[in-house]
Design a protein around this ligand. Structure first.
Ligand code: GRF
Length: 189
């Protein structure tokens, strides 16, 4: 099975996924794609010898070139790992139940437009939530509303800052995301 990972930022999730599957002969992280030429994920991909594709918004929203690349690369599953752009419908439709995303909160709470990265953790702290967590879900045209695959939570202390929450969330992501991807892959026909 072949995975393509889309990331816009530091890429710690992409790195953990790449490391998890590095020795596997039945699963390969074939491509890492990013919209951000300065993304930390580029260096992490290089270290893992995973090919990187950097694209800009025009290319992405024209979609055909990206779609051809993914099809020619025989990608079975698209993984969004900290990818900050809305996925064009054409791309979602080409990968039905074969595109998953990780959201750093317990959807449906703290989801939707603009709720990404540190904004989520700031909102969780501002709402004095006693817990937060991660949600791994299939992607559909409505962003964070696809069917939920996996969720797990962590305790939030009153003394926790948004950065403290981010640290706890990253730990959960790194621990669970690769395994959940493995399970989704074994469920694909
Ligand atoms: C993760 O917290 C992910 O849930 C969110 O963006 C962050 C990406 O972190 N969508 P990284 O780029 O994988 O380090």
């Amino acid at each position: 099975k072949r995975i393509a990972i889309f990331a816009s930022g530091s890429g710690s999730n992409a790195e953990k996924i790449g490391e998890y599957f590095a020795e596997r002969s039945d699963v390969q992280v074939t491509l890492i794609l990013t919209n951000n030429p300065k993304a930390g994920v580029i260096q992490r991909a290089r270290k893992l010898h995973i090919p990187v594709v950097v694209f800009d918004r025009t290319i992405f929203y024209e979609t055909d070139k990206i779609l051809d690349l993914l099809t020619n690369s025989k990608i079975d599953l698209i993984v969004l790992a900290g990818f900050m752009m809305l996925i064009p419908a054409k791309l979602v439709e080409a990968f039905p139940e074969r595109m998953i995303n990780i959201h750093p909160a317990l959807l449906p709470k703290f989801g939707g437009k603009g709720m990404y990265g540190s904004f989520v953790h700031e909102a969780v702290v501002a709402s004095k939530e006693k817990e937060s967590g991660i949600t791994i879900h299939f992607v559909n045209q409505h962003y964070d509303e696809g069917n939920i695959i996996f969720q797990t939570s962590c305790e939030i202390l009153e003394t926790d800052s948004p950065d403290d929450v981010a640290d706890k969330i990253h730990l959960l992501e790194h621990k669970h995301f690769p395994k959940v991807i493995d399970e989704v892959l074994s469920g694909l026909n």
